[in-house]
Design a binder for this molecule. Structure first.
Ligand code: LRH
Ligand code: MN
Ligand code: MN
Length: 427
């Protein structure tokens, strides 16, 4: 299943009139505000968000899973699915692999296939939170933190193997998320567990190629419910600092306790040059992995406000950050859901670009919270959808990706090709 240029052109012609009717007045309005619209559209259009290979099939819960049908069963098919997304929105130009859910056996062929769809490989993820069939030692009581050195060594070796796969594919970062922790008070020596983790990470760090980074992801709880070895940004930051310049913190939006001020964490990490990447998703209760922007779009906007203008040194997304989605879907078509996430992330970015920076700085200097709020709201309340659409049209993507996906009956075709009873490898 592939979507061709003619199908996109036809779709864009059909919706052209309606698009212009909303785009033209917005251009007038932004012109009057002194905003350079073409530059803005260029910025929006070039922003790419990586797709996680594990989000291309229907997720599930421990209570059940309801397959979508036509899900990718191999890495090749996963790349084809991300290729479809990128063809539709020209904004999903990278894939993030999770090993061993993805095994790039023939790396040259996989790389070639990705190139065909204009895709690159974002951070590669290691997995020491599950036992694999052929595995010698169990991770039941942890991996990099484990009390036994043979378990720790096995986990270190796995991470080094993941780096090697990533190197062959042209990836530039390793993301480490550890489920390590304990379920009961007294089960684990908390400081010793952190110390062992640090020492294990040192060995992984030593195996990083010169131009690579290791991104350390944190999470407060789950699967362990008493303690997690890297529960918060502070612990991740501490480890990243101890390890060195190539170690950075990764912020998964769902990995915070309720009401945490995530944008403030982002600001601090940016200031310290330790913000390595994001896993975008949204959350109502915990690590819900919901569509980005579906619950708290204003929070997403505030995060981008910090990213775009939070420090004097940043006026755009110049810093080398891995932009990734980490979402899951029980009842939606995974590809439609991912397109919605990408759209929400780009909307937040576009709105942050609209903020009157000088005005905001002045309001802050004047200690005028009313003016500051008004400026944020001015940008946030602007309907930026025509800008995103225009950026897609200029990039030869579909004006309305989900609409075209449905019109072309992409899912039905995937079901025909791959079958109804599919299980994507991964979660
Ligand atoms: C853990 C997590 C981490 C894993 C992914 C599958 O909750 O966010 O990023 O690699 O989910
Ligand atoms: Mn994550
Ligand atoms: Mn998670």
């Amino acid at each position: 299943m592939e979507i061709n240029d003619q199908q996109i052109e036809k779709h864009n012609k059909e919706v052209e009139e309606g698009h212009i009717a909303s785009f033209a007045p917005l251009v007038d309005q932004l012109d009057k505000q002194g905003i350079e619209v073409n530059a803005l559209i260029e910025q929006i259009g070039s922003f790419q968000i990586a797709i996680p290979s594990w989000a291309l099939g229907a997720g599930g819960t421990r209570f059940g899973r309801f397959p979508t049908g036509g899900e990718p069963g191999s890495l090749k098919e996963k790349i084809e699915d991300v290729g479809l997304l990128h063809t539709l929105n020209r904004s999903s130009g990278a894939i993030s692999l999770h090993i061993p859910w993805d095994i790039p056996e023939d790396t040259a062929a996989i790389k070639q296939l990705a190139e065909k769809f204009d895709l690159s490989f974002d951070a590669v993820n290691s997995n020491t939170f599950q036992d694999q069939e052929d595995q010698e030692h169990s991770y039941k009581f942890g991996s990099l933190c484990h009390t036994d050195d043979f378990v720790r060594n096995q986990a270190i070796e796995h991470n080094i193997e993941v780096i090697k796969y990533g190197e062959q594919l042209g990836s530039k970062a390793l993301t480490v998320w550890l489920a390590d922790g304990s379920n009961f008070p007294g089960q684990q020596n908390l400081s010793k567990a952190l110390k062992q983790t640090h020492e294990s990470l040192e060995q992984i760090y030593a195996a990083l190629p010169a131009d690579w980074e290791v991104l350390i992801e944190y999470k407060p709880y789950e699967p362990n419910f008493y303690s997690t070895v890297i529960p918060d940004w502070g612990t991740s930051f501490l480890l990243a600092n101890k390890l060195g310049d190539k170690a950075q913190t990764l912020v998964d939006l769902g990995h915070h306790l309720p009401n945490t001020n995530i944008e403030q964490i982002v600001a601090t990490l940016l200031m310290e040059n330790k913000l390595g990447g994001f896993h975008f998703n949204d959350s109502k209760y915990g690590d819900d992995d919901l569509t980005a922007g579906s619950i708290k779009p204003f929070q997403l906007f505030l995060i981008f406000n910090e990213l775009v203008g939070g420090t004097d040194t940043y006026d755009d997304l110049k810093h080398n950050i891995s932009w990734m989605i980490d979402a899951s879907h029980n009842v939606k078509d995974p590809l439609e859901d991912l397109m919605q996430s990408v759209e929400a992330i780009k909307q937040a970015y576009a709105k942050a670009l609209l903020i009157d920076r000088q005005g905001l700085q002045q309001a802050q200097a004047d200690n005028d919270p009313v003016a500051a709020q008004q400026l944020l709201q001015e940008a946030y309340q602007t309907d930026v959808r025509p800008l995103l659409r225009e950026s897609r049209i200029r990039n030869k993507a579909a004006a309305y990706p989900v609409k075209l996906f449905r019109e072309l009956q992409v899912r039905n075709q995937l079901v025909e090709e791959r079958g109804e009873e599919t299980i994507a490898t991964g979660l």
